[in-house]
Design a binder for this molecule. Structure first.
Ligand code: ADP
Length: 204
């Protein structure tokens, strides 16, 4: 397992290209986010977010990985939740995961096309997940790249929505949250996030 204190913040990330002056200006913001490449199910944080489908009964991709790692009690609890609408989120225990909770959110199905509805729904996934964090007094969370796998939301605009929504949330809820980890799985997403993180979390 990877405990939170072993995941460097963006302020301490190897590839952070922000100048010292930029870091000083936005120190607290870069200190509250991390870019982590790997399996979300090994992160020892308050909550991991699951890119679920509307049935909440498991599926492929990260959803399948989370259900396998958490064990059948997660399935049982999900079964009692009556599904979840696109753009919304529901919380369960983490069971056999090192994370205490799982926040299940249902991303928009894009299949390569992004209109305003899909953008709004993806933004809503991040917002509703963060709201659940706050409501449950949870302080560290890891997000996968919601909708960019089977649901086909293009990676670059999805990353921009994720980064912007999380930044805006942290700016207005600074005292409520310690860390948001962008848990990417693919090299393409790692490259996109690495390139964009400084735009959102370092200057100004
Ligand atoms: P969606 O149906 O919302 O598109 P997917 O699970 O298909 O969800 O993909 C979302 C993202 O999760 C993709 O970038 C995929 O590579 C990534 N992913 C798959 N397995 C894992 C995992 N174990 N940990 C973190 N991310 C994962």
């Amino acid at each position: 397992y990877v405990p939170l204190d072993k995941i460097p913040t963006w302020a301490n990330h190897d590839n952070n290209t922000a100048t010292e002056e930029e870091e000083r200006k936005s120190f607290s913001l870069a200190d509250k986010v991390s870019l982590y490449k790997g399996d979300i199910t090994i992160l020892e944080v308050d909550a991991i977010v699951n890119a679920a489908n509307s049935s909440l009964l498991g599926g492929g991709g990260v959803d399948g990985c989370i259900h396998r790692a958490a064990g059948h009690l997660l399935y049982e609890e999900c079964h009692s939740l009556n599904g979840c609408e696109t753009g919304k989120a529901k919380i369960t225990c983490g069971y056999d995961l090192p994370a205490k909770y799982v926040i299940h959110t249902v991303g928009p199905i894009a299949r390569g096309n992004v209109g305003q509805f899909q953008r709004d729904d993806l933004e809503s996934c991040y917002k509703c997940s963060l709201k659940l964090m706050k409501d449950n007094n949870l302080r560290s969370v890891a997000f996968p790249c919601i909708s960019t796998g089977i649901y086909g939301f293009p990676n670059e605009p999805a990353a921009e929505i994720a980064l912007k929504t999380v930044r805006d949330w942290i700016l207005s809820n600074q005292d409520e949250i310690d860390r948001v980890i962008f848990c990417v799985f693919l090299e393409t997403d790692y490259e996109i996030y690495k390139r964009k993180m400084s735009d959102f979390f370092s200057p100004d």
